[in-house]
Design a protein around this ligand. Structure first.
Ligand SMILES: *Cc1c(COP(=O)(O)O)cnc(C)c1O
Length: 382
């Protein structure tokens, strides 16, 4: 297959050539001043991206799932109560992880494509005793966007720590960690941050660090313990050498380049671009008669779309679109997996990527025997 197909799944995504070039450069010592400077700068840039001036970023080798486990392992110990605002597959995952780490977990569930209501969350929080509440900002299995600001405000009233799974949101959706009272947010390099897979990124605010310090039992995992990583990140930010575990040098160099593009565009402008592009995609889906999983635009992600297969079309569509040169993804939510497909539109995505993708989907639908007027979706992109 040609290397020139277009990768439009919800991570990994298409990366800027300058980011990829950083991966191909000579690998420096992890104590090389050039690397120390890049790592330190990446840490500072993450505070800007997460809008968390008072927080401590952590960047470690791993995927988003490791970042998730870092949050859970440091905040939770045996017997703590956790509330999971559950919007799909990745909310189930953090729930299972919380249980592994000894928490008593309450799930607030909704139908796929929906969210628990604010009232349900309020009633659950008022029932008392929760140490943490988790929210999946964008659940990548459903493309549902959670109202983090409102949910965090509700949790704050009850003194509950707020953990946000931002793996499919950070760098694409509005997130103001400090202003909204989010205590921990995490992501992975390969989603909207625009760097190849391999980095777990977590940002912990002052209340989260205080809760970690107040633990009565040590963190069970040495690799995930803030205690190991805090001095390392403080040292690198001061451009001083430190070692706990060898950092993935080239990936961190690449992350610094990618975060440089992000802060240059401006986080506000980056989010607006995602909103504009998502609006264009929603118009295209509507013109093609495709039904999104999220039940309203108000709870629809801007980083990806999840759409039911129309009529008699099935997962063969993913292959047919692939034959047109665009890679899209099948379903992920356990209840609906075979009934829908997903299209990522985050990070370095361009208008011409959207045109190509919508056109390939039109052609794919046609190849699957679905009646479609070629060009109708593309025209609706505006
Ligand atoms: C992708 C994703 C994860 C898992 O990240 P990995 O890098 O695949 O481990 C977790 N949560 C959400 C919302 C995601 O989109």
């Amino acid at each position: 297959m040609s290397e020139r197909n277009l990768l439009m799944i919800p991570g990994p995504i298409e990366f800027e050539p300058s980011v990829l070039r950083a991966l191909g450069e000579k690998t420096r010592s992890h104590l090389d001043p050039v690397f120390m400077k890049a790592y330190g700068r990446a840490i500072k840039r993450l505070r800007e991206v997460f809008q968390a001036p008072s927080a401590q970023p952590f960047v470690v080798a791993g995927s988003g799932t490791l970042a998730m486990e870092m949050a859970v392992a440091n905040l939770v110990q045996q017997g703590d109560k956790a509330l999971v605002v559950n919007s799909g597959y990745f909310s189930d995952r953090i729930g299972a992880m919380l249980e592994r780490h000894g928490a008593a977990v309450t799930h607030l569930r909704a139908d796929p494509g929906a969210l628990p209501t604010a009232d349900e969350v309020e009633v659950a929080l008022a029932s008392g005793g929760f140490k943490v509440m988790t929210v999946t900002h964008v659940d990548t299995s459903t493309a549902v966007l959670a109202p983090v600001k409102e949910l965090a405000a509700a949790a704050k009233k009850h003194g509950v720590l707020v953990v946000v799974d931002g793996v499919c949101s950070v760098g694409g959706e509005a997130l103001e960690m400090d202003a909204w009272g989010v205590d921990v947010a995490f992501t992975a390099s390969q989603k909207a941050l625009g760097t190849p897979p391999g980095l777990a990124v977590l940002v912990a605010g002052p209340r989260a660090l205080a809760a970690w310090k107040a633990r009565t039992k040590p963190v069970a995992s040495m690799y995930l313990d803030f205690a190991e990583w805090l001095p390392i990140h403080e040292a690198y930010e001061a451009e001083k050498p430190a070692y706990f575990a060898t950092p993935p040098v080239n990936l961190i160099m690449a992350l610094d380049v990618s975060l440089g593009h992000l802060v240059e565009e401006g986080i506000g402008a980056r989010v607006q671009r995602h909103e504009k592009f998502a609006g264009a995609m929603w118009a295209a889906w509507e013109a093609l008669g495709l039904t999104p999983l999220p039940k309203s635009h108000a709870i629809s992600a801007h980083t990806l779309s999840a759409l039911y297969y129309p009529g008699k079309v099935d997962a063969a569509l993913v292959k047919a679109v692939g034959a047109e040169g665009v890679v899209i993804a099948g379903g992920l939510h356990p209840q609906l997996k075979t009934k829908y497909f997903r299209v990522g539109h985050m990070g370095a995505v361009t208008k011409s990527d959207l045109v190509t993708t919508v056109s390939a989907i039109e052609r794919g639908l046609k190849a699957c025997g679905h009646p479609v007027e070629l060009g109708r979706g593309v025209a609706a992109l505006g």
